[in-house]
Design a protein around this ligand. Sequence first.
Ligand SMILES: [Zn+2]
Length: 241
Amino acid sequence: MISQDGCAVVVDPGDSAPVLEALDQYKLKLECILVTHHHSDHIGGLETLVEKTNAKVYAPRHPSIPSPFQVVENKELIRVLGLEVAVMAVPGHTLTHLAYFFPQTELGPIVFCGDTLFSGGCGRMFEGSPEGFLASLESLSRLPPETLVCAAHEYTMSNLKFAKAVEPSNRDLDDYVDHCKSVRAKNLPTLPSNILLEKSINPFLRVHLAEVIASAQKINPNAKTASQIFATLRSWKNDFS
Ligand SMILES: [Zn+2]
């Protein structure tokens, strides 16, 4: 949630109750809701929130998303809370997945990327192709390095375990693991992350590097291109525990 001057925007409300509580607690009016994709844990609170607050909804075109909402598409610019927001198509986890990039907020640039990019990992590839998913991750990695990454799930520690298996000699990764362990020990979130950090520790943004390629080729010796390396990492992660 972002708020400004008594108004708020919420992204992917899987449940209406915590949003309504926060609106009440901070005396905010819900101006709009941004939806990244159609999975139920991202839209479960939509209907109640719209009914109770009359907030405007922006979402990708998808039959599972309850109407009414305004369809938004790649490269569209919208204004939310008086702030500019760039809509980015980031297919891969789902085919119609969107990310919302706020270039200028009080906290600097922020991207809400749903289940496309997580800290240290990425979402499962349910609908997209490896080529499309990799292109989506590359478009996110081209955002300004200081951009805060608001991913939809706190999967960081399990992602980092996998990242360490892929890149055992990445020292930045060791430092980040130590940092995240201490943060989680205090029961705090590791998120938001940022683009600069993700480029240094997230194997799915590092498929061109020698150690990542070598690790992927131990799993699949036929993986050669960047998208084949990405696909190998993604399916390896599915079975990794
Ligand atoms: Zn999802």
